[in-house]
Design a binder for this molecule. Structure first.
Ligand code: ADP
Ligand code: MG
Length: 612
């Protein structure tokens, strides 16, 4: 009895793309099928740890590649975990993987699939680049029934109960006319060596009458010596393990010795994954115990701020029968994690020597990496030293805290920063005017995470780290300009305070301003205006409102004038109007909404008209 089922709509779309694509490196389909076969062996090997019976009949794990030139078919067979009916429908009939869904979305958005196949990889479905029919015969380990799945990649697929003696999966490709090459053993050997040499199971090529040949080196890549691994092999292994298709930006392969021994082969991608910010994003490290795959869900192996790292960790010091539950709160795992972090940070340090190169990493992962300043108490200073920030020193180039310190004046013992949502707006924030005048550099922090790490890293190498809004007293310097009369200024401040009592907590005089008459800040220790806006957009909360302070510039002609006008009771209506405009301008400069735009436009236009 056979059942006809339709592909999920997204699968159909993708298959349509795959089949019609002009993607030139069609041979990668073989890497994908071998990679899946290897995963299937890994899964069964793990199950066998607690249930050795399950692999008894199947013999040693291996992956067979069987070309048949006469029938123009190519079969990839494994003795791994296999699939039952539900698996076939779920894994090969729907898009269970968000990565594939992302692929389809990208194609829809960009209209072309050409490079995207290379970029995302389409896993199993890539078989349809070279085959017009695929037949799968599979039996899940530990189950009785076997299944046949057949599809032409267009009209859906058919599932039938079938006969198969041993567990595992055979994937038979009925090759297209123009894909005859894939029955050529010399070509196949070449493809397997190029893309799949690192696979830990023997890949056995069927040579017909000439017998069989194991084509790959057949040992776990990470266990081999560095000198025996080529750059291309490292790269292909990265693609296999990460299921990414870019090049690794960093490859770090090491053996840790000491009270716990382990091997690590970890990578940092050169492109940010689409799901970097998904909250349920797990770390990308696979844990092996003596070459046996244990889990890729050991959250304790990598901190959150390094969640973009991919690779494997293998330690023979962990018990082989360790359960996934036991891995939580495990002391050895904790130690490995610390070791990994410190190696990765060390390697990053080396890479900072080449600014352009480091920026490739930073633009992808800097935002995530900076979470470490907040999160990782032990490595806080180290992580900060590897972080780059925009700065008033040079708007086109990011700077480190150490470079900032080097440039700072001898007397300066503070690193100043300002936070906001947009670099261009921030660079012109009135709060920076006096700093610019004095030639004091200010970091311009525009990422949400900056609001958090600045709360915990209040000191760096002897320098305080301070928001400019809280730096007024540092800036008292001799100014020769005319200043508003003290008495009248006091009256103006009191008056404005009364006038704006529902809008700002306080009005005060500041030394920080130069060109602007006024500026808004928040009370020391309260949430910055930037953070408040962030909270509001993310949680629709207004309950968080920090108390605002309106700072006015006693050297500004407008303030001097207003202070003078305070002497004359009859001018009150006009003072009120101008004061309101000043508050509105301060809000605009900060990127805040103003209370009454209609009033602002009308009054402002009226004053301009007077002047022109
Ligand atoms: P991915 O390997 O990234 O998960 P694929 O499209 O390559 O995506 O494969 C989809 C799924 O199909 C796999 O995750 C696996 O569950 C299943 N699968 C594919 N090939 C095999 C196989 N040889 N043995 C067992 N399961 C397989
Ligand atoms: Mg795959």
């Amino acid at each position: 009895m056979s059942e006809k089922l339709a592909f999920q709509a997204d699968v159909s779309k993708m298959l349509d793309i795959v089949i019609n694509s002009l993607y030139s490196e069609k041979q990668i389909f073989l890497r994908e099928l071998i990679s899946n076969a290897s995963d299937a062996c890994d899964k069964l090997k793990y199950l066998a740890l607690s249930n050795p019976e399950i692999t008894k009949a199947g013999g040693a794990f291996k992956i067979k590649v069987i070309p048949n030139a006469k029938d123009n078919t190519l079969t990839v067979a494994d003795n791994g975990i296999g699939m039952n009916r539900d698996d076939l429908i779920l894994h090969l009939g729907t898009i269970a993987k968000s990565g594939t869904a992302e692929f389809v979305k990208n194609v829809k958005d960009n209209g072309s699939a050409f490079d995207l196949i290379g970029q995302f990889g389409v896993g199993f479905y890539s078989a349809f680049m070279v085959a017009d029919k695929v037949e799968i015969l599979t039996k899940k380990a530990g189950e009785e029934k076997a299944w046949k799945w057949v599809s032409n990649g267009v009209d859906g697929f058919e599932i039938t109960e079938a006969k198969k003696e041993l567990n595992g999966t055979e994937i038979k490709l009925f090759l297209k006319e123009d894909a005859k090459d894939y029955t050529d053993t010399i070509y196949l050997r070449h493809i397997i060596r190029t893309y799949s040499d690192h696979i830990d199971y023997p890949i056995v090529l069927d040579l017909g009458e000439a017998g069989e040949e194991t084509v790959n080196s057949g040992s776990a890549l990470w266990m081999r010596h560095k000198s025996e691994i080529t750059e291309d092999q490292y790269k292909e292994f990265y693609r296999h393990i990460s299921k990414n298709f870019d090049e690794p930006w960093m490859t770090l392969h090491f053996k840790a010795e000491g009270n716990i021994e382990y091997t690590g082969l970890v990578y940092i991608p050169s492109e940010a994954p689409y799901d970097l910010f998904q909250p349920d994003k797990k770390n990308g490290l696979k844990l092996y115990v003596n070459k046996v795959f244990i889990s890729d869900k050991v959250e304790e192996l990598m901190p959150n701020y390094l969640r973009f790292v991919r690779g494997v960790v293998d330690s023979a010091d962990l018990p082989l029968n360790i359960s996934r539950e036991m891995l939580q709160h495990n002391l050895l795992i904790e130690k490995i994690k610390h070791g990994l972090i410190s190696r990765i940070l060390k390697e990053l340090k080396k890479r900072t020597k080449d600014y352009e190169d480091y920026m490739k990493f930073w633009k992808n992962f800097g935002i995530v990496f900076k979470e470490g300043i907040y999160e990782d108490f032990n490595n806080r200073e180290e992580i900060a030293s590897l972080s780059y920030f925009a700065s008033t020193h040079d708007l086109d180039k990011l700077t480190t805290l150490d470079e900032y310190i080097e440039r700072a004046d001898k007397e300066q013992k503070t690193i100043y920063y300002i936070t906001g949502d947009n670099l261009a707006v921030l660079a012109n924030n009135p709060q920076l005017e006096a700093f610019k005048n004095k030639g004091i550099e200010v970091l311009l922090l525009v990422d949400p995470i900056d609001e958090f790490w600045t709360q915990v890293l209040v000191n760096y190498k002897g320098f305080a780290i301070k928001n400019v809004a809280q730096a007024d007293t540092d800036l008292k310097w001799k100014r020769n300009e005319q200043k508003a009369d003290e008495g009248s200024l006091k009256k103006l401040v009191d008056y404005m305070q009364e006038l704006f009592q529902n809008e700002v907590g306080k009005v005060q005089v500041t030394e920080k301003l130069d060109k602007s008459p006024a500026s808004l800040i928040v009370e020391n220790g309260q949430m910055s205006l930037h953070l408040e806006r962030l909270m509001r957009t993310h949680q629709q909360q207004t309950a968080f409102a920090s108390t605002r302070i309106l700072e006015i510039n006693p050297y500004h002609p407008l303030i001097i004038k207003l202070a003078d006008m305070m002497q004359d009771e009859a001018l009150k209506p006009q003072i009120e109007e101008v004061a309101k405009l000043i508050l509105d301008q301060a809000k605009i400069a900060e990127g805040e909404a103003i209370k009454d735009p209609a009033f602002y436009v009308e009054a402002f236009s009226r004053y301009i008209l007077k002047a022109i």
